[in-house]
Design a protein around this ligand. Structure first.
Ligand code: ZN
Ligand code: ZN
Length: 299
């Protein structure tokens, strides 16, 4: 399951750490990636998968707190991981949950023995829990073909409805599907809080999101040397519509690209984004903390 999800995300999963290239320092084993220097203010990891990280949540969260990451949103991709996320957030301080059927899991959900309606009813029921702060990850993934675009769009529309009914934020996975995601949000009418997780658009897409008031959450790939377009998008995004995330265990930021990711590593992404925005690191920490509270509700 883990390997399948890693393959789905196109990123190395635990145990699949890519080998260092020539001239690179050999990677330490999982759990031995050097800790980032602590941030000068509290920040958050707006999207990660604690259930897919090899270390137990207590250890992962202690390392995150040492780096200044006080809050973490752990995200479900199907009924089982959504239930896990809700339970994890109920039993750990500073952890909040997002629940949904990932676009790449929608074909399985649609054909599950319990049926599409009961799967969505389960997500809707989890959405009512106080520690569940977002409906996600949902959206469209036209890069992978694990589910037909039609099924993905049906589930996306249903999740928009659940977000509106529950008053929770909508956390969108958008891979090579910008136009359809924006169109469906328009057609359905967006919920009050919309977040594009692992934002992957260019500066023009960032401007379209900004006009609609959608929040853009940047992951570790914004730090990659081959991602100047993503940094242009971050530069174009208004500071009050910015969030930061890891999508751990995937997408480890520089300087640890290719090694296992964890919420503490969002500190590297915060520093990169502060540089791109011409903001102080402490100022950006305060900004993303305030935005996190605005979109996910009081901590
Ligand atoms: Zn995603
Ligand atoms: Zn994710």
């Amino acid at each position: 399951m883990t390997a399948a999800r890693a393959a789905r995300n196109g990123a190395p999963g635990p145990g699949q750490v890519s080998a260092p290239g020539p001239g690179q320092v050999p990677a330490p084993g999982p759990g031995q990636v050097p800790a980032p220097g602590p941030l000068p203010g509290d920040a958050l990891d707006a999207h990660c998968h604690l259930d897919l990280i090899e270390q137990p949540p207590d250890e992962v969260l202690a390392a995150a707190r040492a780096a200044g990451i006080r809050r973490v949103i752990t995200v479900g991709v199907d009924v089982a991981s959504s239930r896990w996320s809700a339970q994890c957030s109920a039993s750990h301080d500073g952890v909040y949950a997002a629940v949904a059927i990932h676009p790449n899991e929608t074909a399985d959900a649609a054909h599950s023995p319990s049926g599409r309606e009961s799967v969505l009813a389960e997500i809707a029921s989890l959405a009512g829990l106080p520690q569940v702060r977002a409906i996600g990850e949902t959206g469209l993934d036209y890069y992978r073909d694990h589910a037909s675009p039609e099924i993905q769009r049906e589930f996306f529309r249903a999740h928009i409805e659940i977000a509106k009914r529950s008053g929770k934020a909508l956390m969108i996975h958008d891979r090579e599907a910008h136009d359809d995601v924006l169109r469906i949000l328009d057609e359905e009418g967006p919920p009050e809080q919309v977040i594009f997780h692992c934002f992957s658009g260019d500066a023009a897409m960032a401007k379209r999101c900004a006009e609609a008031g959608y929040v853009m959450s940047f992951a570790g790939n914004v730090t990659f040397s081959n991602a100047p377009g993503l940094r242009d998008a971050a530069a174009a995004a208004p500071p009050d519509l910015l969030l930061v995330e890891t999508d751990a265990p995937f997408l480890t930021p520089m300087p640890h690209r290719g090694r296992p990711n964890s919420p503490a590593m969002v500190a590297h992404t915060v520093r990169c984004l502060a540089d791109v925005k011409g903001m102080g690191v402490a100022e950006l920490c305060a900004q993303v903390t305030a935005t996190g509270e605005r979109v996910f509700g009081p901590w």
